[in-house]
Write a protein that binds this ligand. Structure first.
Ligand code: ATP
Length: 570
């Protein structure tokens, strides 16, 4: 295909050159050259009808009698024009366009365009097509399935902080009358799947305005200028509606902080961003149009975007807390036949750090498992299986493949963590312990969530380190020092980082100030002491350690309630 086009290009170029050459030779009207003296004589004898002074090296003149044109050298004498005018000879100033140069210029332009066009087509066939297609923005206003705030569970603070925006979209004139400058740009920031898109849709739904959704990355194209024209097109559409919510997901693609390298700029991105800011500042006062942008990381955005009059309202949409998780689960279980044995409160407690999207996904995956079994309803087992799919990729199909020994080691390792967390840091919550391996490779996990605090005491930091050590310590106690596994590497990393902070950042070691060597030595001694203390603690609760591990091996997963029961029974 490429070769064909190149041959076509060459053929066209040759043809154009031949035609233009023919025209040129046929209509050759090139003025003859004469000497400057001859020219002056002809001026004296009134033989000249008109003169063109060029800014180059030539004077062109036309004879009265024959109408023929001649060229002579231009001495660039500033007095010449006046002399000629005094003799009533019209003088024009301009460039020298002879038949030759017209033909020459035309030929080069056609040549250039032809080459450009064909080379471009030959090498870039597909992208050209897509660049054309991009002129039509695919953002489409959707009012069907319009959402409202009740479709969002939790996120109460965020809802509160956008309520006035809904009112503004509904009645822009009300705010204009008071001279209030409403935010035309709002940024929603927070982890993925927390409902940013949902919130933007609900604002449009509540305000009864069309919703236009695009992604920042759609704008950033290879072709300079395409993004900017897409922005203008999008705003044109929205303006035609008078009120609208324009949602730009992944605004980072457009508005990332500029790199410190001055050559690192991206023209296309900057042009698009400028077009966006220009459009935003050009809203008329009666228009109820709001631009909502979403990002996972506010700190990566260029400050220019966040200035007053731009995206000057920033709303955090964070991970749901326990209550919010409970209401998100309740919302999404509505159309699902969930078994009465499933306790949504428990599920909410076990899903710390889950986003709204993960919770929705959890119930959906569970429903799929139940549907596959053609069961009457969605059971706890379905939800359990779904839990691992959502948390750690899909559950390994062949769990029997995991050797019994490995299961045992994992069970003791996780029981060690759980036991230490329960006793050394009772304010921590052990949400779930499991030995089910996942495709992501984790042998099992124990969710141990330290409560949010402003400060941690020295004792609390030591306990944290001991909780990290308790997995390996349990392995050693039960299976012997030679049989410990690599499963603790992550735990050690965390312990090391904590002890470094403990000694160097918080000055909790023996001394406040250390040399680098001294600090390293202190960290090592402290870690060794804490490891021995952890082992001692587990040995003193060995029966309980056994009980938890055995229960884990039996049930594969223990909840906080199960753990509490075992502790109480001990
Ligand atoms: P991303 O940053 O990945 O674009 P997002 O924050 O825009 O994600 P959404 O696309 O709004 O997240 O959420 C995905 C889905 O998760 C929603 O369609 C909804 O089903 C569910 N969801 C998320 N948060 C909530 C919530 N607070 N209430 C109810 N459902 C929620």
């Amino acid at each position: 295909m490429k070769n064909k086009n190149l041959i076509g290009a060459l053929a066209l170029v040759l043809l154009t050159a031949a035609i233009l050459g023919g025209i040129y030779w046929k209509n050759r009207t090139v003025p003859e050259n004469t000497s400057y003296l001859e020219f002056l004589q002809m001026v004296e004898e009134n033989q000249i009808a008109e003169v063109t002074l060029t800014d180059g090296a030539w004077i062109k003149f036309k004879l009265v009698d024959s109408g023929l044109e001649y060229l002579t050298e231009n001495p660039r004498n500033p007095a010449l024009k006046e002399e000629l005018l005094k003799k009533n000879i019209p003088v024009a100033e301009g460039s020298l366009t002879t038949g030759k140069s017209v033909a020459g210029n035309a030929a080069s332009i056609v040549f250039f365009c032809a080459v450009l066009f064909f080379v471009y087509r030959a090498s870039n066939r597909a992208p050209m097509k897509s660049a054309m297609a991009l002129n039509v923005t695919d953002a489409s206003a959707s009012q069907e399935n319009s959402l409202c705030f009740d479709d969002i569970a939790g996120n109460e603070e965020a809802k509160d902080s956008v309520e006035d925006i809904v009112d503004f979209i509904r009645n822009p004139d009300k705010y204009a009358r008071y001279g209030a400058r409403m935010p035309r740009g709002v940024i929603f920031y927070g982890p993925p799947g927390t409902g940013k898109t949902l919130m933007a849709k609900a604002i449009a739904g509540e305000a009864g305005a069309p919703f236009y959704a695009v992604s920042g990355s759609d704008f950033v194209q290879m072709y300079v200028g395409v993004g900017a024209s897409r922005v203008r097109e999008l705003f044109q559409k929205a303006r035609a509606d008078r009120k609208a919510v324009i949602f730009i997901d992944e605004i980072d693609a457009l508005g990332k902080k500029r790199s410190s390298n001055p050559q690192g700029g991206n023209d296309e991105r900057e042009q698009t961003l400028n077009a966006l800011l220009t459009e935003m500042s050009g809203f008329a006062s009666g228009e109820g149009i709001v631009v909502i942008a979403a990002t996972n990381r506010l700190d990566t955005l260029d400050e220019a975007l966040l200035r007053p009059g731009r995206f000057d309202r920033q709303v955090e949409i964070g991970l749901p807390d326990l209550n919010a998780r409970r209401s998100i689960l309740n919302l999404h279980q509505k159309n699902k036949p969930i078994s009465g044995a499933v306790n949504m409160n428990d599920l909410a407690r076990q899903t710390v750090y889950f986003s709204g999207a993960m919770l929705e996904n959890l119930l959906n995956e569970a429903a799929i498992f139940a549907a596959k079994r053609a069961a009457d309803n969605i059971t706890l087992e379905d939800i359990d299986k779904a839990y691992y799919t959502v948390v750690a990729g899909s559950e390994k199909k062949d769990r029997s493949g995991a050797a019994q020994k490995e299961r045992q080691i994992t069970a003791y390792h996780e029981s060690g963590h759980a036991l230490a967390a329960k006793f050394l840091s009772p304010e921590n919550m052990v949400a779930k312990i499991t030995i089910i391996p996942s495709t992501k490779g984790a042998g099992g996990f124990c969710v141990n969530i330290p409560p949010d605090k402003m400060y941690y005491t020295k004792k609390e930091l030591e306990s944290q380190i001991m909780i990290h050590f308790a997995g390996r310590a349990a392995e050693e106690i039960i299976f012997g020092a030679d049989n410990v596994t690599t499963g603790a590497s992550n735990d050690f990393e965390k312990a090391r980082s904590l002890i470094q902070d403990y000694v160097m950042k918080y000055g909790m070691g023996k001394s406040l100030l250390y040399s680098e060597e001294g600090a390293r030595e202190e960290c090592r001694t402290l870690l060794e002491d804490l490891y021995i203390k952890t082992k001692k603690f587990l040995i003193s609760r060995r029966d309980l350690l056994n009980a938890i591990a055995e229960e884990l091996l039996r049930k594969e997963t223990l909840t906080e309630g199960d753990l509490n029961q075992l502790v109480e029974a001990a």
